[in-house]
Design a protein around this ligand. Structure first.
Ligand SMILES: C[S@@+](CC[C@H](N)C(=O)[O-])C[C@H]1O[C@@H](n2cnc3c(N)ncnc32)[C@H](O)[C@@H]1O
Length: 336
């Protein structure tokens, strides 16, 4: 009979993160592949101590990531397959980012709760985490890869939630290395796409467009969304942008979106929506909210808060649709 966890159980959650990280770092999912293998063979493949690896495989089995087969062999479950770099979906890059970057930063959460400030603000690095990491290429590439893994898993849901037939030219503001725009353009033959982001995303975005065969229909434009957003698109997308920032900064981005769009242009905001009343299953959103507090200094918002914020920049609200654990909010630019 299962029992509810005690605080003693809950506080050990970091051990689960470490177990999953160890499996990812050892490339265990890739080594197991399609059929169960003996511990001895796996130990050879991932260069690990056989007895210690067996203990890790047992822990992974209790977490539902591996299965134990006869003859002391271990296989991988569908959940465990998400640690394989080549799987779809794969969250391996998120696991590496969470374990190597976020876990370290989260250890200072108490300071952020006491002060209301992000880690960068507490270090005296200002209120723009992205500017503060401009000289940290390793952080940026881990972060970008993690965002790709999350966004890639949402693209089919975004396409199912919104009909892009009426759009012609889309700009993904803060679109990173182009995962979302390429996914939309690939599934909508009539669309052309632009990613607008900081110059540090440019090389990876261009390489991505070439890799997926869309270099003729997807472009990267470097710039700063607090200064200006290029015009020419009828639809602006922003996924996981507004939650990074406090309201005053969001209003500048939204004003620049408004200025970039033609009348009747579309603004699509994709974010996690904070519920008005919390239940245990809302933990993911609540923890993401604290991640915003500690990380970029923003916040997760309720649907009403997003609507108020975006409408204050001159847009009219159209509709909200579910996109997995995210929501898609559609607005239009009503008129000058
Ligand atoms: C949380 S990530 C979201 C990336 C992408 N939209 C996605 O969901 O996968 C935030 C993005 O905003 C970009 N960004 C941050 N500050 C920016 C600025 N001032 N101007 C343009 N882009 C910026 C970052 O480089 C990063 O790619």
């Amino acid at each position: 009979m299962s029992r509810s966890p005690s605080v003693y159980d809950l506080v050990q959650s970091h051990r689960i993160t470490a177990v999953i990280y160890a499996a990812a770092k050892l490339n265990l999912a890739e080594a197991i592949g399609g059929e169960a293998k003996s511990v001895a063979e796996l130990a050879r493949l991932v260069c690990a101590d056989e007895s210690a690896l067996r203990r890790l495989l047992v822990a992974l089995t209790t977490l539902g990531l591996c299965t134990q087969a006869t003859g002391d062999r271990f296989g991988i479950t569908d959940l465990g397959r998400e640690l394989d770099q080549t799987a779809d979906p794969s969250f391996k890059d998120w696991v590496l980012f969470e374990s190597e970057m976020l876990a370290q930063s989260w250890s200072g959460l108490v300071d952020s709760v006491r002060s209301g400030k992000s880690a960068a603000e507490l270090r005296g690095d200002g209120d723009d985490r992205y500017a503060a990491t401009s000289n940290a290429p390793e952080w940026t590439s881990r972060f970008n890869a993690a965002m790709v893994s999350l966004t890639r898993s949402l693209v089919p849901k975004i396409v199912a939630a919104h009909d892009f037939t009426a759009a012609r030219a889309i700009i993904d503001v803060g679109g990173g290395t182009g995962e979302l725009i390429s996914g939309l353009v690939q599934r909508n033959a009539h669309l052309d796409g632009v990613v607008f982001d900081l110059a540090r995303c440019e090389a990876d975005a261009r390489a991505h467009f070439v890799r997926v065969g869309l270099a003729d229909r997807c472009r990267f434009v470097a710039g700063n969304f607090f200064e200006a957003i290029p015009g020419g698109a009828d639809t602006i997308l922003m996924k996981s942008i507004l939650h990074n920032w406090k309201d005053d900064r969001c209003k500048i981005i939204l004003q620049n979106c408004y200025d970039a769009l033609p009348t009747a242009g579309t603004l699509i905001v994709i974010e996690r929506i904070m519920p008005e009343h919390f239940k245990a299953e809302d933990a993911g959103c609540a923890l993401s909210d604290l991640n915003m507090l500690r990380g970029p200094g923003g916040r997760e918002r309720t649907e009403a808060e997003y609507r108020t914020l975006v409408v204050s920049a001159g847009f009219s609200f159209v509709v909200t649709a579910g996109v997995g654990s995210f929501s898609l909010l559609k607005f239009t630019k009503s008129g000058a």
